[in-house]
Design a binder for this molecule. Structure first.
Ligand SMILES: [Zn+2]
Length: 124
């Protein structure tokens, strides 16, 4: 192997290790915050460790999200189908409640802001 090959191999090993570290960190099943997206734009992110009711008022309608003991549910919605209210509670990563008439997606995620900053730094 030439010198450049060693450098390349070292880089690949480093990158693979980094990637598995990221996967390991983000592979955590328990979500710790919820992201609310309206019409493909982030409306807000909220911690699951805090019991709270989140009122979401947009041009599309009114929803109330309820967070209790790490579970999220849609308790109020003025959409015509009311389907989001019947989706029940979600609590694990990548689970979501969708309100189609209001273009609203509530998704649970587990990476915290600190991790995202680290990730950005490493990618740059
Ligand atoms: Zn709905």
């Amino acid at each position: 192997m030439k010198k450049n090959d060693y450098i390349l191999a070292a880089f690949i090993f480093l990158f693979a290790g980094l990637l598995s570290a990221i996967i390991f960190v983000s592979g955590n099943e328990r979500g710790n915050f919820v992201t609310v997206t309206v019409d493909k734009k982030v409306y807000g992110t909220y911690s699951l460790s805090e019991n709270q009711d989140i009122e979401i008022d947009t041009e599309f309608g009114h929803n109330v999200l309820h967070i209790e003991n790490g579970s999220v549910s849609m308790t109020e919605a003025d959409c015509p189908d009311g389907y989001c209210k019947r989706q029940g509670e979600i609590s694990t990563e990548k689970e979501a409640i969708v309100c189609l008439p209001h273009k609203l997606i509530v998704e649970i995620e587990s990476a915290d802001e600190q991790n995202e900053e680290d990730y950005d730094f490493l990618v740059r």
